[in-house]
Each structure stands twice: as structure tokens, then as C-alpha cells.
Design a protein around this ligand. Structure first.
Ligand SMILES: [Zn+2]
Length: 438
């Protein structure tokens, strides 16, 4: 009994040994197989959405302003990234804001990417048609609903086209201060974040396919009062990136609230609000972005993680409530005076990206960046929604100069709720991987 038992035991050990060996060989082959096919790919596509004939433009709450001229074209741009397991789309639109009501229409038109993996931001140009349906004071709105449908269709097409164009790439990611006269804080000169973050996709031939530029700035050089429709300084930024060999550009704004804006201060103290000034600033930002990214090491087969959190924000502002009630675009988006919005957290290679559904004050931006876990911590402002300014409760309704940003936000609680939810999302998400470079 004992012998036979011992023999059975030895057979059992042999069986386990063989099984373990077979398992090791199986997983090794599987690893080789996955490694062979795990290639990181990117695709980029652009669609022009300049209205023809031209439409009035919106620089904020209230009726739109008429135009009779355009400088540059309005575009929607899709940058799709795929690590063979996770696919995401980073989308930028040349508008003041792109509310979720429109974003969800775009997402419905794209079946090849999960809706929560599609991040849609606005550059915040102040010279493009109204996407909110702001009341015009006469019981109507200046927003053109047919045009907005056209924009949603074009944006979905851009994403689908970028998916079709997916090709193997490596990534370069860099952060650094952009030098020169680009942005400043018009409330207090130095209270802005000069850091510029860049993500560049390089094809297997070594050519830049696309350059994503992330920086905090109000593209309001022209504004809405000059009868001009324009992407503002973002148009020349894209032109310059392409001309200088950066491939197709895509701009995602950052924490540019109260009031981080384009530095258009002239030598005589007067602001220079011309197309030439858009070109000067756009080109300078492009040159700085390309300088910062130039020597960054290539990241080979970087991994992507895409997390998200749905957040409920109270509407404390009677003005915002009244706008939502009157807007044909936004009506019905809230329940019991609360709106639902989505925050995304993305890891790409050694970078971490967090989205902000509005215009966060620069101090909130600094706080978030230092609580994130990437080598490069990047904020996508005005993304997935744009509910006006986001202030912490101690900033809210404080300095007289904050009156405007206090009025044009959801309320006193927005900042604290957003920060708390964002920090929880960061904590529950994995940290980005260490860099895998050549
Ligand atoms: Zn703004």
C-alpha cells in the first residue's frame, strides 16, 4: 500500500512537473505570439468644418456676432492610438466648447472605439459658431442646428478615417517650458503655467505623423467682435507644425481659466488683435513645441490605459440653469439641477492625461499635475464638456476681478467636487509604465 502509494505520488509529481513545463512552454509561445503582434499604431485625420456660407461667431454667453470674413479654416481633428489591446481617440474641435450632448452624437457614429475611449475637446477659439445654443435674448438662439449636425457627422468621419489610417508608430513624449511671448495671465501676469507637453507619433520610416501640443491659452486674439470667423492662433500653429516637419498638428488646451490668455500686449500697452498676431503666436508655440520634443527618446510599443469616472455636478448658477433651459442643444441634460459629465484618465507610455470638463483655474491645474503619477502629467481642459470656469471654493466670488469667472461657472461646489473625483480616479488607476525606449 505504502509502495504503491509512493509510486502514485511520484507519478503525480512527474505529471505536475510535465504539466508545469508544458504550461511554461505554452505561455512562452503565447508571449512570443502576442509580442510579435503587439505593435503600437496611430492614425490621424482632419476634416474642415468652416461653414459655407459663413455663420455668426460666439465668444461666450449671449447672442453670436455677425461675420463677413474668415481667416483660416475651422477643423476637427482625430488622433487615434492603438496598442493592440486598447484603442482611444483624442479629438480636437475648433470651437469655444463642445458640449457632451454633441460629443455623444459623434460617439454614436463610431462603432470601432468604445464611447468612453473617445475624448473630445475644444480649442476654445472665440471666433467660431456657437455649439451651446446660447439664448439670443429674443426667445431664440444664434446656433445653427443643421450646421451642428454637419460638424458631428464630420467629426465622426474624422475618427473613422483615423482608424482606417492606423499604422505602426513609436512615440516621443516631452514636457518643457515654452519660451517667448505666448501666454500670460491677464488678471495677474505671472499666474500661469508655462509648461508645454507634446506627444509625437513617428512612423516606421522615422517621419513624424502627428504632433499633439498641450498648453494653456485662450485663443482669443481676434475674439468675436471683428466680423471674422477663424481658428485664431490655432490655425497658424497647425500650419507651422506641418511646415516644419511635425506632421499633422492637434491642439488640446489645458487649465487656462481666469484668465490665461494670448500675450497680445503691444509695446504701447494696447492689445494687438490682428491675424498677424495670431500667426506670430501660433508659429512661436509650434516652434517651441518642436524644440521641446526634438531630443526626446522614442518609446517603443508604449502601453495605453483608459479609465473614466462619471461625475455629477450641481447647477448652482441661475444664469447657467436659464441657458440650459432655453438652449435647443442643452435642454434636458440635467436632472434635479445636476449635470452628469465624464472625466477620463489615460496612460500612454510614461505619460498620464486627465481631462477637465471646463476651464479650470491655473492653480487647480498645478495641484492636479503634482498629484498625477506620470513622468509627463498632462491636462486636457475643455474636454468631454465645457461647463465654464472651475474655481476652488476659496477663489469663488472672492476678488472683484473674479466676478466674471464666478458668474460663468456652474457654482461654488464645482471645483471641490471635480478635484475630489479626479484624485479618486488617479488613485484607482494604475500608474503609467516606465519608459520602454530604444
Ligand atoms: Zn474662456
Amino acid at each position: 500500500m505504502i509502495k504503491s502509494c509512493s509510486c502514485g505520488y511520484q507519478l503525480h509529481i512527474l505529471y505536475n512537473y510535465m504539466k508545469t513545463r508544458i504550461n511554461i512552454i505554452f505561455y512562452f509561445l503565447l508571449f512570443l505570439c502576442v509580442s510579435a503582434h503587439a505593435e503600437f499604431r496611430a492614425g490621424m485625420a482632419v476634416k474642415i468644418v468652416t461653414p459655407d456660407p459663413l455663420l455668426p461667431v460666439s465668444g461666450g454667453v449671449g447672442p453670436s456676432r455677425p461675420v463677413n470674413n474668415k481667416k483660416g479654416d475651422l477643423t476637427v481633428r482625430a488622433f487615434v492610438l492603438d496598442d493592440s489591446i486598447t484603442r482611444i481617440a483624442i479629438v480636437s474641435t475648433d470651437f469655444l466648447g463642445f458640449p457632451r450632448a454633441l460629443g455623444d452624437k459623434v460617439r454614436k457614429g463610431v462603432s470601432s472605439i468604445p464611447p468612453e475611449n473617445i475624448l473630445i475637446g475644444a480649442t476654445h477659439t472665440h471666433s467660431a459658431p456657437d455649439c451651446y445654443g446660447f439664448p439670443d435674448g429674443d426667445g431664440g438662439t444664434s446656433a445653427d442646428l443643421e450646421y451642428l449636425e454637419f460638424v458631428c457627422t464630420k467629426t465622426a468621419q474624422a475618427i473613422l478615417e483615423a482608424v482606417k489610417r492606423l499604422e505602426p508608430v513609436s512615440l516621443k513624449i516631452a514636457s518643457g517650458e515654452a519660451h517667448g511671448k505666448i501666454a500670460y495671465n491677464s488678471y495677474a501676469d505671472e499666474l500661469y503655467d508655462p509648461r508645454c507637453h507634446i506627444i509625437q507619433a513617428i512612423t516606421s520610416e522615422g517621419v513624424p505623423l502627428a504632433t499633439l501640443v498641450n498648453y494653456a491659452i485662450h485663443p482669443e486674439v481676434l475674439g468675436d467682435g471683428q466680423n471674422i470667423l477663424s481658428p485664431d492662433l490655432i490655425g497658424p500653429l497647425y500650419d507651422r507644425l506641418e511646415m516644419k516637419g511635425g506632421g499633422t498638428g492637434i491642439f488640446m488646451n489645458s487649465a487656462q481659466g481666469g484668465m490665461v490668455t494670448a500675450d497680445v500686449r503691444g509695446p504701447d500697452g494696447k492689445d494687438i488683435r490682428t491675424w498677424n498676431e495670431c500667426i506670430r503666436i501660433g508659429h512661436l508655440l509650434a516652434d517651441e513645441a518642436l524644440r521641446i520634443i526634438r531630443d526626446a527618446p522614442k518609446q517603443i510599443n508604449p502601453r495605453i490605459f483608459c479609465g473614466w469616472r462619471d461625475v455629477s455636478l450641481p447647477i448652482e448658477s441661475e444664469m447657467i440653469l436659464s441657458i440650459i433651459n432655453q438652449s435647443p442643444v442643452l435642454s434636458g441634460i440635467y436632472n434635479e439641477k445636476r449635470v452628469q459629465t465624464r472625466i477620463n484618465l489615460i496612460n500612454i507610455g510614461n505619460a498620464q492625461i486627465l481631462t477637465i470638463p471646463g476651464e479650470a483655474m491655473p492653480n487647480i491645474g498645478y495641484f492636479l499635475k503634482r498629484n498625477m503619477n506620470g513622468k509627463h502629467n498632462i491636462l486636457f481642459g475643455l474636454t468631454n464638456d465645457a461647463y465654464g470656469y472651475i474655481l476652488s471654493k476659496v477663489d469663488w466670488n472672492s476678488f472683484k476681478i473674479y466676478n466674471y469667472v464666478t458668474q460663468t461657472g456652474l457654482g461654488e461646489k464645482t471645483g471641490e467636487i471635480y478635484i475630489k473625483e479626479a484624485i479618486q480616479l488617479i488613485k484607482q488607476s494604475p500608474a503609467p509604465s516606465k519608459m520602454n525606449s530604444n
